[in-house]
Design a protein. Structure first.
Length: 218
């Protein structure tokens, strides 16, 4: 799900407004407040201090506005997805790749046959041991693809976010937000007891949001 605040698409006019505000604050600090509070400095010093003070005030204001936007996005998310369970969103088709395959085989035989950009990695004992995505593939030098094994580039299972089918989707999204950046693009593996039954990607969440409210883009 896209979680960028509206600042990501702020029009030029807003940035120009920020410049004007900084200029007015600087003028007010340099010409009035600072000389009265701390007299005896040169005009140039007051302008430098005024500029730094204005930038600091605007930075604090920008931080507060971004926090408010993030809170607003969270409220919208909970309103739209409050009763949606993970099981209703997840993909049940789970293509796999063997941990002992080399990266060339992964590219040639799996990614070419599946539209998925994430594959479960199966160990020698038949159990799922990790997840591999295009991000991991891109980190392998072209000359090493024939030698590098999938197991060496896969993200271990214990480093992948998990959920259960009956869990509220908003709770999973909140947990992902607390985890921060990961190497698998915000994907979540869904377990029913000890059995993997699905996977959820940010694109799946976006699709649900757009279906429920096409005017909202999170």
């Amino acid at each position: 799900m896209r979680t960028e605040p509206p600042a990501a698409g702020v029009p030029v006019a807003v940035y120009l407004s920020v410049v004007v505000i900084v200029g007015l604050l600087t003028w007010g600090l340099a010409m009035s407040l600072l000389p009265g509070v701390d007299p005896g400095h040169s005009a140039a010093s007051y302008w430098v201090m005024g500029t730094l003070g204005a930038l600091g005030l605007v930075s604090i204001g920008w931080f507060v506005v971004n926090a408010a936007w993030a809170e607003q996005a969270d409220v919208k998310t909970r309103r739209l997805l409050g009763n949606v369970r993970v099981g209703a969103v997840m993909h049940r088709h789970l293509p796999t790749v063997l941990a002992d395959d080399n990266v060339t085989e992964l590219v040639d035989h799996f990614l070419s046959d599946h539209p998925n950009t994430a594959l479960l990695v199966v160990g020698a004992n038949g159990r799922i041991v990790g997840l591999v995505t295009l991000r991991q593939l891109h980190q392998v030098p072209a000359g090493d693809c024939a030698l590098a094994r999938v197991a060496a580039i896969a993200v271990p299972l214990d480093e992948v976010a998990t959920a259960s089918p009956g869990e509220p989707l908003v709770d999973v999204l909140a947990r992902l937000a607390r985890r921060g950046h990961d190497d698998i693009g915000g994907r979540v593996l869904v377990f029913d007891d000890d059995r993997i039954v699905g996977i959820v990607s940010p694109a799946d969440v976006d699709r649900v949001v757009e279906v429920r409210n096409p005017k909202v883009h999170l």
